[in-house]
Design a protein around this ligand. Structure first.
Ligand SMILES: [Fe+2]
Length: 387
């Protein structure tokens, strides 16, 4: 994030002696992106983060992409995906490319290990459930509607406190940041941004664990999962400061931008990644020109694959979608409102729709798991109903 945060204890000057109460030195670790040129934080540990007792490979991650036969609009019923597993193992990857992957997760088990994605940033959108995102930077309490932004390399654990949990997971191969056009040259969010720094929820508390034992950290790197064993708790940080940290942003704190006539999808943009954007469709007043058509026009997003994840509310331009539906409108062919939806939108004052959109600038591939959830009639759902 483009602002400075300090939690816990850090020495007055970096790279200087910093002693524990017993006279030993704390171990300083710089965690930064882009080879010391990107955002970074400095953490102070009780133990050297290099003190690994065992490392082993657990698995190669095979996304099981299926080559596309036809270029068609697709609809996946993500709530039909099998529940189970923990907040990492239970992730069912549905769509992806070399920049980003999207999946859903409805865990029924807890994590008896810690996890670190060393490929890129993650955004975990909380559709249902409450709990804690516990990280090496501290703990964030989450609730429905939260985007949990977890930077590359963050050691963490997700601990749901409610039974019915549903996450939408977006894993990038790069960083995920607020859009540049909403920030000034110092990184500060500008007045026309739909959210500001006050909406960004930092870790609420930093718990320093000094207990010893056997602790596993699973690390994902280059599509491979490794297991690292430590004889001390990985959350042994006494303090940290910098610009790299996890945070939460609630979709309910996203202030919609509206106009006299239909506003294009970029007004919904919430985050930017490399070759993709994440947008929030939230309850809002409709366009107020007296002759406005609130439903979108047909559009040929010829350089963008559009994925919508439907969270709640009646989605104005679509029929047949349900909670947890995911639609993919691929680049190259037009899409738009279903028959009757344009007329039905005229004169409407507001929408209660809630959805998350992932637009990618390179084509997405569906996984075998996604195709098992597909409503194959979707491509032809724009045909007029025969009388
Ligand atoms: Fe669209």
């Amino acid at each position: 994030m483009p602002f400075y945060v300090k939690m816990g204890e850090v020495p007055q000057k970096r790279h200087t002696t910093f002693f524990k109460p017993n006279g030993e030195l704390y171990r300083e670790q710089l965690m930064g992106t882009k080879g010391f040129s990107g955002i970074q934080s400095i953490l102070y540990h009780h133990n050297p983060p290099t003190q690994v007792t065992e490392v082993k490979k657990i698995a190669t991650i095979d996304m099981q992409y299926v080559e596309r036969e036809e270029l068609r609009h697709q609809h996946f019923l993500s709530f039909d995906a099998p529940q189970g597993g923990d907040p990492i193992v239970g992730r069912r990857y549905l769509l992806g490319n070399d920049d980003v992957v999207m999946g859903v997760c409805s865990p029924t088990e807890g994590m008896d290990y810690y996890y670190r994605n060393s490929e890129g940033d993650e955004v975990v959108f909380v559709h249902k459930g409450e709990g804690e995102l516990q990280t090496i930077f501290g703990t964030i309490t989450y609730r429905p509607g939260d985007y949990l932004v977890i930077p590359i390399g963050t050691t963490y654990r997700i601990v749901p406190s409610t039974e019915d949990t549903r996450f939408l997971v977006i894993e990038s191969q790069n960083e995920i940041v607020p859009p540049k056009r909403y920030r000034n040259e110092h990184g500060q969010l500008l007045e026309h941004s739909p959210f500001c720094e006050r909406d960004i929820r930092l870790p609420e508390r930093l718990e320093t664990h000094v207990e010893e034992g056997s602790f596993e950290v699973r690390v994902k790197q280059n599509h491979t999962l490794y297991s690292y064993t430590f004889d001390f708790h990985p959350f042994d940080v006494v303090g940290w400061d910098g610009y790299l940290f996890p945070y939460a942003l609630s979709i309910h704190d996203f202030e919609p931008i509206t106009g006299r006539v239909h506003q294009p999808p970029p007004v919904h943009q919430t985050f930017a990644g490399q070759n993709f954007v994440i947008c929030s469709f939230v309850p809002r007043l409709y366009d107020y020109h007296p002759e406005a058509i609130p439903a979108p026009y047909y559009h040929s997003n010829v350089e963008s694959d559009e994925v919508l994840y439907y969270v709640d509310g009646n989605f104005m331009s679509r029929k047949g979608v349900v909670e947890g539906s995911i639609t993919l409108h691929p680049m190259g062919i037009p899409h738009g409102p279903h028959p009757g939806k344009i007329e039905a939108s005229i004169g409407k004052k507001e929408t209660k729709e809630l959805a998350v959109m992932l637009d990618t600038f390179r084509p997405l591939k569906a996984t075998r798991q996604a195709l098992a959830l597909e409503d194959t009639a979707y491509m032809y759902s724009w045909l007029p109903v025969k009388k």
